[in-house]
Design a protein around this ligand. Sequence first.
Ligand code: CO
Length: 286
Amino acid sequence: MDEEAIRKQKEAFSKMKVVLEFAKQLVKPNIKILDIAESIEKKIFEIGAKPAFPVNVGINEIAAHYTPSLDDQTVVKEGDMVKVDIGLHVDGYISDCAFTVFVGKESHPLIDTARRAVEEAKKVLKENVKIREISEVIETTVTSSGFNVIRNLTGHFLDRYVVHGISIPNVKNSIEIPIPKGQAIAIEVFVTNGSGWVKESSEVQIFQFKEDKGSRTREGRKIIEIAKKEFEGLPFAKRWLKNIPRSKLELALKELVERGCIIEYPVLKEESKGLVAQWEESFIIE
Ligand code: CO
């Protein structure tokens, strides 16, 4: 990365600090998760950044890819394990961070473990550290606490306008790829008291532009345009398509998925309904 790129990358990181501070005080009993997501996204725009993906709010066994719909009435309750995953970007340079709140309580061993795994991983970050070295520290930290990592969710490289670059697994592996100086990465750990595996559910709230293969309908063509230009090819929420008539939205999205114009990110749940805590921070290798 050149100096200008590093400057923008660091700007994304410092804006994320402001957003995280704002987001953490929102998660209280009786708030609607729709209000959590929308007010964080509003804050991102207010400070001169853009969302890199819709704010994810996952409760209990819901691990990832849940963002509320416009009519979502879900309210946060005391004792819920609420994960908030936030992505923002400055000119395509992304920061991706997540935290978990055990609502109404100080903390929870699952949360402490996820956070500690990120802390331990941070200690081994240096120029040319191998992916397997990071993975090993994370898995060891989690299993020594008596919990499981979610094996099919990973950290990842952050590239310009690409949220998920090369994966950084949270289980031991033999990936010898070194992480070069100037590379931005997200260390992202999910810890559970369940079996440690997520599966896709039938609900989809998040989509992403893939390729313009046209559409039979005006709404479809409009969604392609918005996904490319306004959302800049990054993941977007169904809820963000406010200008598409609600009655036509579902069918239009379905057609675009079938044609291969957009991809969908189904909601991911822990398969044994275990509780899931998530901690994620973004770094640049220096
Ligand atoms: Co991430």
